[in-house]
Write a protein that binds this ligand. Structure first.
Ligand code: KG4
Ligand code: ZN
Length: 340
């Protein structure tokens, strides 16, 4: 089954053609990072306008690189999927209008996909034999969720963040350090040249809950900078390295505690922050030590992309079938994870 999938929940206009959930025939991602970087965050109105400009060329490019032209669409594409939420209302609307137009013109079923499920199932693209039950950790710019996936589409959300999402903490720290947006990649790069043990930032473990909190680490960085202004490049690298370690250890502590407590054998990561080199390394090492299988997508499938939406759409229709009459579907900016 070939699915054309569209992702526009935030600042990436992305379109993919994915076959049977795992064979990515094409993936085009048009990022708006350079446009929003000067504002140190995504400006929703600006993001919507850029999606409007980009969506048609990105659809055309994705079809072209999958060697499909618009005349072949009916024959070669079986369904159209799109991110229905959560995300920015205006940007979601652009993707949903495009998806509905294609579905309506070519008389194809439409599959609405929860963006969080895109991240949650993104490991399936490269590991088709991965099956629930498993523990999923979704770590992105907008979300931090620890979820027991009992079956496809059957979730038990254990914990979420009480304040900042992990990616948001990296982005805000980067601003405090005078670095660029988004913060995760630049802090990750600098951290690799620094000493992770040089500064001891708080580890906010919230011991009686599966929730996370990252505002404490951020405040701890702010307080440190007040009394220790950045001296030189090496000092800055050491701060990045210690900050990255504090975040990685916080995530590792809670996730490995939960995997044991719920007697699971697999941990699946997803979301932009799972492209962090230390987080990847520490999860893999701890997994080896504790005999827990760890699944982390390649970096291209960690950050927002339409292939993960095509993959989640395939899994969803495999279980729930295809609905041919849902052109009334509206984007849902505050959508939460819910069972199929
Ligand atoms: O999943 P994503 O592309 O978008 C959302 O759904 O939010 O995640 C974007 C987030 C940003 O906050 C960015 O700073 C973070 O992922 N990120 C990273 C790294 N690469 C991206 N955080 C830490 N280390 C990285 N290497
Ligand atoms: Zn995302």
């Amino acid at each position: 089954m070939n699915i054309l999938s569209i992702e526009t929940s935030c600042d990436e206009t992305s379109v993919a053609v994915v076959s049977n959930g795992g064979e990515v025939k094409s993936l085009v991602i048009s990022s708006q990072i350079s446009i929003h970087a000067k504002f140190f965050g995504v400006v929703p109105e600006l993001a919507s306008r850029v999606h409007i400009e980009k969506i048609n060329p990105v659809i055309a490019k994705s079809l072209r690189s999958a060697k499909i032209n618009f005349n072949d669409f009916s024959k070669k594409i079986d369904a159209v999927a799109f991110t229905v939420g959560p995300g920015l209302a205006g940007t979601l609307l652009v993707g949903s209008v495009a998806a509905k137009s294609l579905a309506s013109v070519y008389k194809k079923p439409l599959i609405p996909v929860n963006h969080l499920e895109g991240h949650l199932y993104s490991s399936f693209i490269e590991n088709k034999s991965l099956n629930p039950p498993f523990l999923a950790l979704i770590i992105s710019g907008g979300h931090t969720e620890l979820v027991v996936v009992e079956d496809f589409g059957k979730y038990r959300v254990l914990g979420v963040t009480r304040d900042d999402a992990v990616g948001e903490a990296f982005d805000k720290a980067s601003k405090m350090l005078g670095l660029s947006y988004p913060g995760g990649p630049i802090i990750d790069q600098r951290a690799s040249k620094g000493d992770p043990l040089s500064i001891k930032f708080t580890r906010p473990y919230l011991r009686d809950s599966w929730d996370f909190s990252f505002s404490g680490i951020k405040t701890s960085l702010l307080n440190y900078l007040k009394s220790n202004p950045i001296k030189n490049e090496q000092h800055l690298n050491n701060i990045c390295s210690s900050f990255r370690m504090a975040i990685a250890e916080t995530l590792i502590f809670k996730t490995f505690k939960a995997v044991k407590e719920f007697n699971l054998k697999k941990i699946v990561l997803g979301g932009g922050v799972s492209s962090n080199s230390l987080i990847r390394h520490m999860f893999l090492e701890n997994g080896k030590k504790d005999k827990i299988e760890i699944f982390i997508p390649s970096p291209i499938y960690c950050t927002d992309n339409a292939a993960m939406i095509g993959c989640a759409a395939y899994l969803k229709q495999r279980k729930c079938g295809l609905n041919y009459n849902n052109l009334q579907l509206k984007p849902s900016p505050s959508l939460i994870l819910s069972n199929w």
